[in-house]
Design a protein around this ligand. Sequence first.
Ligand SMILES: Nc1ncnc2c1ncn2[C@@H]1O[C@H](COP(=O)(O)OP(=O)(O)OP(=O)(O)O)[C@@H](O)[C@H]1O
Ligand SMILES: Nc1nc2c(c(=O)[nH]1)N[C@H]1C(S)=C(S)[C@@H](COP(=O)(O)O)O[C@H]1N2
Length: 196
Amino acid sequence: MSESITIGLVSISDRASDGTYEDQGIPALRDWLASALTSPWQAETRLIPDDRETIERTLRELVDEAGCSLVLTTGGTGPAPRDVTPEATLAVGEKEMPGFGEEMRRISLNFVPTAILSRQVAVVRGQCLIVNLPGQPKSIRETLEGVRNADGKVTHVGVFAAIPYCIDLIGGPYVEADETVIKVFRPKHALRPPQA
Ligand SMILES: Nc1ncnc2c1ncn2[C@@H]1O[C@H](COP(=O)(O)OP(=O)(O)OP(=O)(O)O)[C@@H](O)[C@H]1O
Ligand SMILES: Nc1nc2c(c(=O)[nH]1)N[C@H]1C(S)=C(S)[C@@H](COP(=O)(O)O)O[C@H]1N2
């Protein structure tokens, strides 16, 4: 059995965190991971306002104290004055991973012309990958899983395909997924034989 991964799920929304509306970010993240992952995992969830200090503190705590190997944030990536998730993420990161933001914006353009308004970034802090997703709950599945045509065939691969190998490279647990949801890619030399 693979070692279990701890995944931080952070919903960053002024109105969901003050109760104006019910948070749909954490449930959407949790549901998608439950549908996709076949190796063991547990979530650490946080619902916080769009406040830069709070976001930075939460991300540091999830990585340095809660032991997350992956943190997915949702919300606060746009151009509005209160949208500061990318700034907070870059501030706690040691290495930027620009490919994630670039590719998620390309994927999202298949759904909305406003995709380019998302300034989402990804970084590595210690042995953890932190990835920003947009705030629209539906964008979580769209960016992680990718685009499918009417027959369900994948026409643009979601960014989760590259996440398990990234976690391998930074020293985290071996993560596996259901290939009918997302086909994870690893180079041949990095593949482990299927567990009985
Ligand atoms: N946690 C959430 N739960 C449900 N819907 C959300 C959530 N976060 C964002 N949304 C929806 O996605 C839209 C865009 O997200 P964005 O992060 O830009 O939020 P916002 O407009 O800054 O407002 P807020 O931070 O108060 O959610 C929101 O206006 C809202 O309709
Ligand atoms: N896949 C996807 N990406 C998306 C969207 C969406 O609905 N689906 N909304 C866009 C919009 S309207 C905005 S303003 C930006 C930033 O969103 P955020 O501030 O909620 O993070 O994400 C964009 N990316």
